[in-house]
Design a protein around this ligand. Structure first.
Ligand code: SF4
Length: 240
């Protein structure tokens, strides 16, 4: 079967360890107000490629990956194309290539064999937790966080290594909510790293180019202080 690919980046340094070939998949049902890739939302858009074609495109860069690097599948939401990605991950596994899946996990379903197989076949999951409070998660993304937290527990049960990623948006999260997030992360035994990412307004031009109104136009980018404040709260809990 073919996958729908939005784009690729040959030398990614921000999505997993080392230098990585990053694949941005088409399709996402969430509508995060800070999304900087709204052009990936449409599942039927993008370039059609077979798993073999995508694999051959990626491995041309293998010499640059060294010990740590590899391939990251991002998006959009990779879980929406899990059957295709199972085929792709069979190839990467066979060639002993480190793979990371960057997912918001909203489509996670413990009965979906392709999603489970996709998660079991990768080396690392970069799991985005948009907000620990379900109501605020709905405000921010249009969906609650039930499947996402369930996915985190599933990955813990299977001891699949995880980086938790969380965007700090000024004024959208109080200290109590950061404590709840820190406690949740601490309850998991497979988290290798927690990455707190500052919200930035760089996606705004894409929303406007697509004819959408940017919903966070009055919110400034997060400062270093905002991120350090959140880091202090979360790392204190993690080290307890
Ligand atoms: S999950 Fe990712 S791609 Fe989907 S809307 Fe949110 S930020 Fe955008």
């Amino acid at each position: 079967m073919d996958g729908f690919i939005h784009s690729t980046e040959s030398f990614g340094a921000a999505d997993g360890p080392g230098i990585r070939f990053v694949v941005f998949m088409q399709g996402c049902k969430m509508r995060c107000k800070f999304c900087h890739n709204p052009d990936t939302w449409d599942l039927s858009a993008g370039k059609r490629m077979s798993a073999e074609q995508l694999f051959h495109l990626a491995v041309r860069y293998r010499d640059f990956w060294g010990e740590k690097g590899g391939i990251t599948i991002s998006g959009g939401e990779p879980m929406l194309q899990s059957e295709f990605l199972c085929e792709f991950l069979k190839l990467t596994k066979h060639h002993n290539i480190h793979t990371a899946i960057d997912t918001s996990a909203q489509p996670f379903d413990p009965e979906n064999k392709y999603i489970l197989q996709m998660l079991d076949s990768c080396s690392l999951v970069l799991l985005d937790i948009k907000h620990i409070d379900s109501q605020k998660h709905i405000q921010l993304t249009g969906y609650d966080n039930k499947n996402i937290l369930e996915c985190a527990r599933y990955l813990d049960k299977l001891k699949i290594p995880v980086y938790i990623r969380h965007v700090i948006i000024p004024g959208f999260e109080n200290d109590q909510e950061l404590i709840r997030l820190g406690k949740f992360i601490k309850s998991l035994s497979n988290v290798n790293k927690t990455e707190l990412l500052p919200y930035h307004t760089m996606g705004r031009y894409k929303w406007e180019a697509l004819g959408f109104q940017y919903p966070l136009k009055d919110i400034p980018s997060a400062t270093q202080d905002d991120v350090e404040h959140a880091e202090k709260i979360i790392s204190k809990l993690e080290s307890l």
